[in-house]
Design a protein around this ligand. Structure first.
Ligand code: FAD
Length: 475
């Protein structure tokens, strides 16, 4: 079991790799899943781990339950409620906390970079093969990278946050894609209040610090603004009464209205409801530049803020950018697949060993929205397919999407719900708003919560928040 014949000295890292390698696993086909999000994690859950030799490569050793992140960022829920560990499936699954940087499709090799801090005793030229026992190194040393071989590959690396190259956004705005972002946002909200509470500040400085700006009027931006409103009007109003009245939430969007994918009536209802709660909605507004604590809006000029949350859609993942062997959609954000989710080569034929799902994939001529619902349904379908493939059984049915509808929390125990297909078929609950929709929202996400632990934790924290309020300590 020699990793590199040229290595006379076996590094400590290699010893660890050797320890994790398993000869029995090599006999089974190697399935590698890239990404532990809605797509990748669901495939991991569904896959027959006894028949496949499964490896997951993802910088996170957890799955983010994204619909609950806005609640976590504002203290409605604890962070643990919105994550599930990948290692739940160890030792049956190899899992590497790493980025896949590039893919050599010809040789079926992934080049990966650890997402952990640099190893204390590794020399910079240590390049090694993580799960194979090949004698030669796969990529000569330009860093502590490693390679992973696959027989079958699932690409589910999602997408990045879109900034439209607006200067200063990456440096000064908060994104909300990961539980770490939620933690940073929560900490910043409480920091703003503590800063504003310092006796040396003028009321103008306090107002500036307590100006919370959200850019992007899609469901994520609206839900965050709504959850923030609940926090400011409940706990902050109680514990910082003089400061809460100086606080303000503004929601910006370049489009003429928010929540573009929802029915016009529901959008009007949401806009009126948010405005009534004191949230300013500035549509048709263009952010041109961001500096520390300052937003430059074409229609308004300079706008000071304490917290800026940026949620203006999706940009391509760099790994997807680096792939030139497959067809992509017009925005280049996602790889095109056929209806069986196999990636399409440039000549339009499917690659039988590679599938792509989630936000980084689109079915050619049948695009679906970039949502958890779509990623999850594709992953379930693919899990089933792979479990048949490993048993040499046929799985001929193409993927079919079943639209369960769209939901958005809009604050103050209200939500909106829409299921266009249901409306067309005259089904009940095709459109709901207010408390009924809020109940649907909570039941939907409670039902979708994956582990038994979180099925207990999520309602428990909702209940705790209802009885005792949100925790507003900052540590
Ligand atoms: C705050 C928020 C709320 C949302 N709410 C809803 C909702 O209520 N309903 C809904 O349907 N959708 C919702 N969405 C959208 C939904 O979360 C996404 O559509 C979904 O996460 C897409 O799944 P995915 O698996 O493609 O990508 P992701 O879930 O983003 O997962 C991508 C994974 O790939 C990993 N990765 C990235 N690059 C690499 C690499 N180079 N190598 C290896 N791994 C990599 C990432 O770390 C991550 O684990 C929400 C999104 C956000 C951000």
């Amino acid at each position: 079991m020699i990793l590199r014949s040229s290595f006379t000295k076996i590094t400590q890292v290699e010893r660890v790799v050797r320890h994790f390698s398993s000869t029995t696993r090599r006999e089974r086909e190697r399935l590698v899943i890239l990404g532990s999000g809605w797509g990748g994690y669901e495939v991991l859950r569904k896959i027959d781990k006894k028949r496949w030799n499964v490896t997951m490569v993802s910088p996170n050793n957890y799955f983010n339950f994204t619909p609950l992140l806005a609640g976590c960022a504002t203290g409605t829920l604890e962070f643990r409620c919105a994550i599930e560990p990948v290692r739940r499936f160890a030792p049956r699954v190899n899992a590497y906390s790493a980025w896949c940087d590039s893919i050599d499709f010809k040789n079926k090799v992934l080049h990966c970079m650890p997402a952990t801090p640099p190893f204390p005793h590794a020399s910079p030229s240590d390049t090694f093969n993580a799960i194979n026992e090949d004698k030669e190194a796969q990529r000569p040393g330009d860093g502590p990278s490693f390679t992973v071989r696959y027989d079958k590959l699932v690409i589910a690396v999602g997408a990045y946050s879109q900034t439209f190259n607006i200067p200063g956004v990456k440096e000064h705005a908060h994104f909300l894609k990961d539980v770490r972002d939620a933690r940073a946002i929560r900490s910043r909200i409480y920091e703003c209040f503590e800063q504003a509470n310092q006796p040396v500040l003028s009321d103008i400085q306090r107002r500036n610090l307590l100006n919370f700006c959200v850019v992007g009027g899609g469901p994520t931006g609206v839900e965050f603004a709504a959850e923030l409103h609940d926090l400011l009007h409940a706990e902050m109003a109680r514990h910082y009464p003089n400061l809460a009245r100086l606080s303000k939430i503004t929601l910006y969007d370049v489009a003429p209205s928010i929540l573009g994918m929802f029915d016009e009536g529901l959008v009007k209802y949401t806009e009126n409801s948010l405005k009534r709660e004191g949230i300013s909605i500035l549509t048709s507004h263009h952010v041109e530049k961001v500096e520390a604590g300052k937003l430059f809006v074409k229609e308004q000029g300079e706008v000071p803020f304490g917290l800026l949350v940026w949620s203006t859609g999706l940009a391509p993942n760099p790994l997807i950018n680096s792939i030139t062997e497959f067809k992509k959609d017009r925005s280049q954000r996602s790889i095109l697949t056929d209806a069986h989710l196999n990636v399409l080569k440039l000549d339009g034929t499917p690659n039988p060993d590679i599938w792509a799902i989630g936000d980084s994939a689109t079915i050619e001529d049948a695009p679906l929205p970039a949502t958890a619902q779509v990623a999850n349904q594709k992953a379930k379908y693919l899990g089933k397919k792979l479990n048949k493939i490993v048993k040499d059984q046929e799985h001929k049915e193409p993927f079919a999407f079943h639209n369960q509808g769209s939901l958005a929390y809009i604050g103050n125990w209200k939500a909106i719900y829409e299921r266009p297909e249901g409306k067309e078929k005259g089904q009940p609950f095709s459109q709901e708003y207010g408390r009924v929709a809020w109940l649907l929202w909570r039941s939907a996400y409670f039902t979708m919560t994956l582990s038994v632990r979180n099925k207990i934790l999520v309602p428990f924290y909702w209940f705790l928040t209802w009885i005792f309020g949100r925790d507003i300590t900052r540590f």
